[in-house]
Every structure is written in structure tokens, then in C-alpha cells.
Write a protein that binds this ligand. Structure first.
Ligand SMILES: Nc1ncnc2c1ncn2[C@@H]1O[C@H](COP(=O)(O)OP(=O)(O)OP(=O)(O)O)[C@@H](O)[C@H]1O
Length: 689
């Protein structure tokens, strides 16, 4: 290694095609040679450098060659094409070449570990399984050395002279299909493995020795312009050392801090230690690869803050490993904090990083998790994901879809487990994050998928005190033996739900009813339609469908059948244009009447969202409300006599009863519309007092 002298005392010369750094005092003795390095003269050059008391790295290595002339080879045609494009492209993220080389180094170490584990006879020691990176600003070199499997001469030719990886093949194929029209746009979608080094290097040297017994070392070198050389070298350590002689424009990659930053960005979680100039650069443990039992809560807290760029803690940790149907290692966190308004946005960036064998593929990987799980933060690592996965493929590949389904199913199972075993914390989670689950149900296509997510829903219920929620499976478990359907009631609050006329008869029969307080709750349940082969129906619908006849037994204070029939006929006339039918119901007790419509939830949604644009007279014909009267209620009984005694007061009372019922059903957006006749009604009612 050259002695470190100040830059002012150094001079740079190009000697036989190489940039050589020399102390100034030696300059007069140097005679520039030819601009290209002739084959077979490496030893001479090295000798010259030694005699000048300087030893640039390439010259040091040249001094160790066997002395035989390096053999020259041509790259396979496809490789040449790839190299040409890579070298000339204006690829914006050149730094990824470090990721590619580090990932190859890590793969080589993994292979060596694996072979050693398999009992293959090898020259290996676990202790040295490291990646060493050295930077030299003066030489403009970046060297990446691993203690992995190394390569034999044949492997060098096969692996680096031809396109081995499928990703590169796909890249070439796309390029050909695109008719060479826009290579930059295509190259941006791919990592191009080892060849990406030529984006930044004018020359790349690979010093390698296979770990197989009795292997010799080789030096592979190329400027990426169609040819490469291989020569036998002595003193090569087992493993591979890649020296990138950087182009002047890319000399920043010989800067230690730049390299550290790139490693932090892409390769923090590589399992082998990565040293940059002797100091470890990846000090974060890939905890998702550890045995879940071995990871402490503190480690999770720290890692969560790192991956999620968060300041709180995770409330739930899903640390999950599987080999089938996909190889998958993931750690996913549910934040302790509540979601902010921004988190609700479906376009919010994902907080999940996608790795493949500890190599970062994409930081904010969209589509790895379904949208509704966007509140989860963490890491997904799958060996089945190709390293060169493009953004386009990530958008729409069968593999990513499969990954998404596997993770979604696991997340649902995990959360469902929490709901049963850690119910208090799950209840709090549901209050904060339930809206995402509802969104998931609304956006799912398949009934089965909807029902899976619906296991996670929780509601207040008529059978439990306020705040004690039940899940749908719990509701079904508690159902009465003769109960066929799941009932729900949408109301703005528990008080209004409990006093709802629609709930009266079920309450009397002790039938449990789910209370939904949010406007979108009933939209979700309407979409869900059924759960575990049970229909989910609103209490209003249940009432409208009910065919129970009124028992006109002449009980005291109740209308007789004929009286009720006459009153209903009269009501039809008085409410013409607003009411599409009148019937008597046995299901009311405290209330004089209710309004029912075909799909109450949908109607309410319609009223909320569309009614302002629809003229008054058309609104009723769209809703077609039906009035159901309670023939035993004092107001109804009185109304029947009133229509003969005081027709005007009876008419006003009937209209007001209908308006009140519409309000109770949640079908009136603007309450002022029901007050128009109220003063006249009061005036007449108070006349005799
Ligand atoms: N440091 C290394 N040690 C041993 N072999 C290496 C090393 N770097 C590259 N290779 C060999 O060269 C081949 C080509 O490398 P390249 O990066 O172009 O693609 P790849 O690593 O095969 O692709 P992928 O990472 O998708 O499997 C590798 O498959 C490997 O056999």
C-alpha cells in the first residue's frame, strides 16, 4: 500500500494506461510508456514501481502474477451489448453498483457457509466470513473483498463472461423488444448485477480463488469494452476481491463516507459484517432473520423506530417466518400511536421495506402489503423475489400478488389471535385502526376474503354494556338456537340505538343486536351481506320483511281490525305522494309508527350523499317509504277518532307523525323540512286550552 503523503506532494501520471501516484521527487526519473499496457509486461511495471518506492494496488497485484501472459477473451455477444448500454447509460442511481457487488459478496459467503455446513471439503473458516471494503481516494479505487466461495477459472468465464442471471437476460430481452428505442428508461428498471460496476469504473479487476481444495488464484480484468483477460496469480486469498478503478466523474465512490452512506441505505441488514476501511458499516442486526424468541422487546422497539422512521413504540409485533408457499421472513409492526389524518390517505407511502436475502430491493415497497394494511411498518424478506425486481414488476407480478395474499392472510390471523388472547389491547387497536379493516372489506373482491377480514370487526352490542365490544364469531357463538340471522342497527349513538323503534321487538325477545355508530359501518355490513353462512341484516329490514299479522283481539285501548283498515286507507290519502304504503305492525310498543324502506342502509347513504341534488317531490318516489302503525298506541287510536272530529288537526298530526318517523329512520338530512306544519299543528292542538 502506498505511504500516505500529502496530496500536494503527489503527482499523477498515466503510465501504460494506468493512473500512477508518485511522490514528486521521483518525477524526473520517469519515462512515460505506451498508453496501453502490453500483455505480459505486468512484472516489469511492478518492478518499476517498486524501484520508485511506490506501489499502486494494481501494480502490487501485477507483481504477484505467475508471469504467464494473461489470456484474452471476448464477452458473449449479449454481455457485450449489456455492458455497452450500462457503461453509456445515464443511469441515475449509479450507487446501486455497490449494492450489487455487496450482494454478490454476501451470496458468495452464504454459499461458502452452506457448503461448509453440507460437509463439502473446503478451505474455509467461519471466523473470516466478512466483507471488506476499502476506498482509496488517490488511486480512485473501491475494493470489495469477500471470503466467500471464490471462483475457478471456468467459473470466471461462465459467470462473468456470459450473462448468468435471469434478470440480465430479461433486461436484454426487453431491450430488444423495445427496439433499442429508450435504453435509459429500461435500464432504470433493472439492477444489472456485476456489470453495473462498469457504470462507474473504467476498469474492473476480479481477484479470486475458489475455496475448493488445491485451487489457484486468478485475476480477471476488463475495461468493459468487449474483452477481458484472465491470468493466474499467486497470493490470492480464498474468496473474491473486486477492484473498481473509478472513472474521474465517479470518484465520489472512492470516498469512505459516500460508501458508508450507500451501504447504510441498501445493505444495512446484510448478515455478514461489512467493514469499510476497517470499521464495521452495517451494525444493525437483521432481526427479522433471527429466531422470534431471541429478539427482545427493546430490540424490536429500536428496529421499529429505524424502519418506520418513528418515535413511538410498536403496540403489536408480528415476527413471522415460513418456507411455504413462499420463502418469507418478515417483521411487521402496528404503531402504538393513533393514525393521523395523513395515514388515512390511500396514496400514502408504504412503510414496508422489501428485502431479498438481506439485500434491500425497495424501501417503500408498494403492493407488498394490501392497501388496507398500510398502517403496518416493517420489513419483508423473501428469497423468492428476484434482486432486480423492477417497479413495473412490483406493480403487477403474480409473485407479488402471491406475497401480498400470504402476508394479508397471516396478518389477519395474527390480529384475530390478538382479538381472542389479548382482547383489551385489541379493543384499543380496533378503536384506533378499525377503519382500515372496514376499508379492506369494502375494497376486497371475493366474499371469502371479505369474511376473513370481517373476523376482525368489533361492535358494541345490545347484550353488553357500553364499550364492551363483540366480534362476529363471538356474536354467532352467543346466538339463540332459533336465530338465523345477524342483526345490526345503525344509529348515531347508543342512546338512540337503544330507543330506536326498530329495536323494540328484538329487545323484547332478548335478541342481541350489533350497534353501529359510524356512517360507513352499515355500508360495510351491507357489502359483507353474510358471515359464516348467516345473513347480516339491519333491524329495519328485518322489520319490513316481517310478515307477522297483528292480533286484533279487541284488547283495551286498541283499534279494531275495521277501524285500523279505515285509518290506513285514510292515511294513504293524506300522505299521498310521500308514503308508498301503510300497514299495521305488531312489532311496536312505545312508538306510534315507523317508516321502512327496502334497503335502509343504502337509503341513508343515498340521503346523505345525493339528496341535496334531488328535487323534494322526487325524493319520496326514490325511497318509497312505507308507514307501519302501532294500532295499540294512544296517538294512533286518538288519530282515528280525530279524523272525524277535527279533520284539519288529524291531517296535520298524520303528516307530523310521518315526518317524525322519517327523522327517526335517519332519512331526513335537513330537520327544518319537517317543521313546516308544526306551528299550525300546535295552534290547533292548544285551541281548547
Ligand atoms: N463475489 C463473488 N464471489 C463469487 N462469485 C461471484 C461473485 N460475484 C459474482 N459472482 C458470480 O458471478 C455471477 C454473476 O453475477 P451477477 O451479479 O451478474 O448476477 P447474479 O449475482 O447471478 O444475479 P442474482 O444476484 O440475481 O443471483 C454470480 O451468479 C456468481 O456466480
Amino acid at each position: 500500500m502506498a505511504a500516505r503523503v500529502g496530496i500536494s506532494r503527489l503527482a499523477r501520471v498515466v503510465y501504460r494506461g494506468q493512473h500512477v501516484r508518485l511522490p514528486r521527487r521521483t518525477l524526473p526519473t520517469l519515462t512515460p510508456g505506451p498508453t496501453t499496457r502490453p500483455q505480459g509486461q505486468a512484472v516489469g511495471v511492478a518492478n518499476l514501481c517498486r524501484s520508485l518506492h511506490t506501489s499502486p494496488r494494481w501494480a502490487q497485484e501485477a507483481a504477484q502474477t505467475s508471469g504467464d501472459a494473461p489470456q484474452s477473451y471476448e464477452f458473449q455477444a449479449e454481455t457485450r451489448m449489456l455492458l455497452d448500454i450500462v457503461a453509456k447509460s445515464l443511469y441515475s442511481e449509479k450507487e446501486v453498483f455497490i449494492r450489487e457487488l455487496v450482494s454478490n459478496a454476501s451470496d458468495a459467503i452464504e454459499k461458502a457457509r452452506y457448503l461448509a455446513l453440507q460437509g463439502t471439503q473446503m478451505d474455509s473458516s467461519e471466523a473470516g466470513m466478512k466483507i471488506h471494503i476499502t476506498t482509496d481516494k488517490y488511486d480512485k479505487t473501491l475494493t470489495i473483498q469477500d471470503s466467500g466461495v471464490g471462483m475457478t477459472k471456468e467459473e470466471l468465464i461462465d459467470n462473468l463472461g456470459t450473462i448468468a442471471r435471469s434478470g440480465s437476460k430479461a433486461f436484454i430481452q426487453q431491450l430488444q423488444e423495445a427496439g433499442n428505442s429508450d435504453p435509459q428508461s429500461i435500464i432504470g428498471q433493472f439492477g444489472v448485477g456485476f456489470y453495473s460496476a462498469f457504470m462507474v469504473a473504467e476498469k474492473v479487476e476480479v481477484h479470486t480463488r475458489s475455496r475448493l481444495p488445491n485451487s489457484v488464484g486468478y485475476c480477471w480484468a476488463s475495461d468493459g469494452c468487449g474483452k477481458y483477460t484472465i491470468e493466474e496469480c499467486e497470493g490470492v486469498e480464498p474468496g473474491t476481491k473486486i477492484v473498481c478503478h473509478l472513472k474521474i466523474a465517479n470518484r465520489e465512490y472512492a470516498d469512505e463516507q459516500t460508501v458508508r452512506d450507500v451501504i447504510k441505505k441498501y445493505s444495512s441488514f446484510i448478515s455478514s459484517p461489512i467493514d469499510v476501511n476497517g470499521e464495521q458499516a452495517n451494525n444493525i442486526k437483521p432481526i427479522w432473520l433471527m429466531d422470534p424468541k431471541e429478539v427482545s422487546p427493546d430490540q424490536h422497539d429500536e428496529f421499529y423506530r429505524f424502519v418506520g422512521s418513528a418515535y413511538d413504540k410498536p403496540r403489536f409485533v408480528l415476527h413471522y417466518r415460513t418456507d411455504a408457499p413462499l420463502d418469507l421472513r418478515c417483521v411487521l409492526y402496528v404503531p402504538e400511536g393513533k393514525p393521523g389524518l395523513f395515514d388515512m390517505n390511500r396514496d400514502k407511502d408504504s412503510s414496508v421495506a422489501l428485502y431479498c436475502r438481506r439485500v434491500l430491493i425497495m424501501n417503500k415497497a408498494e403492493n407488498v402489503l394490501p392497501k388496507w394494511l398500510r398502517f403496518m411498518k416493517g420489513v419483508v424478506d423473501s428469497e423468492d423475489i428476484p434482486l432486480n425486481l423492477s417497479r413495473e414488476l412490483l406493480q403487477d407480478s403474480a409473485l407479488i400478488r402471491k406475497l401480498r395474499t400470504v402476508i394479508q392472510n397471516r396478518a389477519i390471523r395474527f390480529l384475530f389471535d390478538k382479538s381472542r388472547k389479548d382482547s383489551e389491547n385489541y379493543r384499543k387497536f380496533f378503536i384506533d385502526y378499525g377503519i382500515f379493516i372496514k376499508e379492506g372489506i369494502l375494497s376486497a373482491q371475493e366474499q371469502l376474503e371479505k369474511e376473513e377480514m370481517a373476523k376482525l370487526l368489533m361492535y358494541d352490542t345490545s347484550a353488553k354494556p357500553t364499550g364492551e365490544k363483540v366480534t362476529l364469531p363471538e356474536y354467532i357463538n352467543q346466538m339463540q338456537s332459533d336465530q338465523k340471522d345477524i342483526y345490526y342497527l345503525a344509529a348515531p349513538s347508543r342512546e338512540l340505538a337503544e330507543s330506536s323503534p326498530y329495536f323494540e321487538s328484538l329487545k323484547k325477545k332478548n335478541v342481541e343486536v350489533l350497534f353501529c355508530y359510524e356512517p360507513y359501518d352499515e355500508v360495510v355490513l351491507m357489502q359483507l351481506k353474510e358471515f359464516n353462512s348467516k345473513n347480516i341484516i339491519s333491524v329495519e329490514k328485518q322489520m319490513r320483511q316481517n310478515k307477522d299479522a297483528v292480533d286484533f283481539d279487541g284488547s283495551e285501548g286498541s283499534l279494531l281490525r275495521t277501524e285500523a283498515n279505515e285509518l290506513m286507507e285514510w292515511l294513504k290519502t293524506v300522505l299521498a305522494g310521500r308514503c308508498w304504503g301503510v300497514k299495521a305492525t305488531p312489532r311496536l310498543e312505545a312508538h306510534p309508527c315507523v317508516v321502512t324502506v327496502e334497503e335502509m342502509g343504502a337509503a341513508r347513504h343515498f340521503v346523505r350523499t345525493q339528496f341535496s341534488q334531488i328535487p323534494e317531490e322526487s325524493r319520496y318516489s326514490l325511497l318509497q317509504p312505507q308507514l307501519e302503525i302501532n294500532p295499540s298506541h294512544p296517538i294512533i287510536v286518538k288519530l282515528n277518532t280525530l279524523r272525524a272530529n277535527n279533520p284539519r288537526l288529524a291531517e296535520l298530526t298524520a303528516k307530523q307523525l310521518f315526518s317524525n318517523a322519517m327523522v327517526l329512520a335517519g332519512l331526513v338530512e335537513d330537520p327544518r323540512t319537517v317543521l313546516s306544519t308544526m306551528n299550525e299543528l300546535l295552534e290547533l292542538a292548544l285551541e281548547k286550552h
